[in-house]
Design a protein around this ligand. Structure first.
Ligand SMILES: *Cc1c(COP(=O)(O)O)cnc(C)c1O
Length: 377
């Protein structure tokens, strides 16, 4: 059986008429850049996240970058984040002129290890960006406590965690700001590029609204040098439709993860993801850990099962960041995980038959590998 890594067609087909109608409404109203459809989605998404405001922007990268700019982060400043993330988290720091500083991840949740945070803070540290990797929130309580004690803002990278919970609190509602991506493959995805910032800080929200619109507080009156970081009207309208289906999609992902856990949990060669007891994981990515990962990835692909790697190189070892001076061994947990992570197919419309096929294929790939492992002895 062939199993795709992601099937956006299966996701959109049942709501296709609602999506078409939403797009038609935007065309009829000619409200393409920002405007009323974006404003309506901002209200709905803020309510969903339990934040007082949401600001629609062009992408998750914009959300992170504009959050940091609004917090006045710039040259000479350091911003702490985890090396196990998508490049955009660090790029946002760099595009403010600040310097990314990494802290290794916890081996259970794959998120920033709060036990290592304190010693990474310097007088230059101006923000901390925990990343809710794969759809599970970082351990926010100690992170927020350490940050609050020093007056350092916390910017949540919730780009993979729409609807995730930490001790009953929604991802994106705990930090100074929460940053979301609506890239098509995310749990809440647009039909194009989009993102949002959530916050309870009215002044900061106002700043971000000005920054995303060329620094204009009033048309053609520019109080700041800003940027074009607006959300498209069509994306706002489409996201309003898709937000109504987010909880159902997340619940299905969670059930799929439990089935994968059951089928794979007993295998010695596989480390399945663990959900911290206080968390509700939304499984944007279901990543297992295996030895000889690249070989297993290829063998799965030969059996028609599409897997992926999130991410093969931790950010501190990317060529682009060689100038930061990190090396192999700087963050051993992140590095080991990057060698072993294998993301299995995960999307709400996955069937139990497909999940069984993936698990069976993984078992046979791993046992096909065994003779070689034993001949090394
Ligand atoms: C997707 C993602 C981003 C960037 O979002 P874009 O909308 O693609 O700009 C940032 N951080 C993480 C962890 C992501 O997964």
């Amino acid at each position: 059986m062939k199993v795709p890594f992601l099937d956006l067609n299966a996701h959109h087909q049942p709501i296709r008429e609602q999506l078409d109608a939403a797009i038609r409404d935007v065309i009829d109203a000619s409200a393409f850049a920002g405007g009323p459809f974006v404003a309506a989605f901002e209200r709905d998404f803020a309510r969903y996240c339990g934040s007082s405001q949401a600001i629609g922007v062009g992408s998750g990268t914009d959300a992170l970058w504009l959050s940091l700019l609004a917090l006045n982060i710039g040259p000479g400043d350091e911003v702490i984040t985890a090396p196990s993330t998508f490049m955009a988290t660090a790029e946002a720091i760099s595009y403010c002129g600040a310097r990314p500083k990494f802290v290794d991840i916890d081996e259970q949740t794959y998120t920033l290890d709060p036990g290592l945070l304190e010693r990474a803070i310097t007088p230059r540290t101006k923000a901390i960006i925990p990343v809710h990797l794969f759809g599970q929130c970082a351990d926010m309580e100690p992170i927020l406590e350490i940050a609050a004690g020093r007056g350092i803002p916390v910017v949540e990278d919730a780009c993979q965690a729409h609807g995730a919970l930490y001790k009953g609190r929604k991802a994106g509602s705990m930090g100074t700001t929460g940053c979301f991506s609506f890239y098509p493959g995310k749990n809440l995805g647009a039909l194009g590029e989009a993102g949002a910032v959530t916050t309870d800080a009215a002044e900061l929200a106002a700043q971000i609204r000005v920054l995303r619109d060329h620094g204009q507080h009033k048309k053609y009156h520019h109080s700041k040098v800003g940027w074009n970081g607006r959300m498209d009207g069509i994306q706002g309208a489409v996201l309003g439709v898709k937000l109504k289906h987010l909880d159902v999609g997340n619940a299905r992902r969670h059930a799929h993860a439990l089935l994968y856990d059951q089928l794979l949990g007993g295998l010695e060669e596989v480390i399945t993801p663990s959900e911290a007891p206080h968390n509700r994981h939304v499984y944007h990515v279901y990543a297992v850990r295996v030895k000889d990962r690249d070989q297993v990835l290829q063998a799965m692909s030969d059996r028609g099962i599409s897997c992926a790697i999130h991410y093969p190189i931790p950010v501190h070892l990317q060529e682009a960041y060689r100038f930061l001076g990190y090396e192999q061994g700087s963050f051993p947990v992140a590095e080991r995980c990057a060698e072993e992570f294998l993301s299995l197919p995960m999307f709400p419309e996955l069937t139990s038959e497909q999940i069984h096929a993936v698990a069976d294929a993984l078992k046979s790939c791993l046992s096909a590998r065994k003779p070689c492992a034993s001949c090394v002895k």
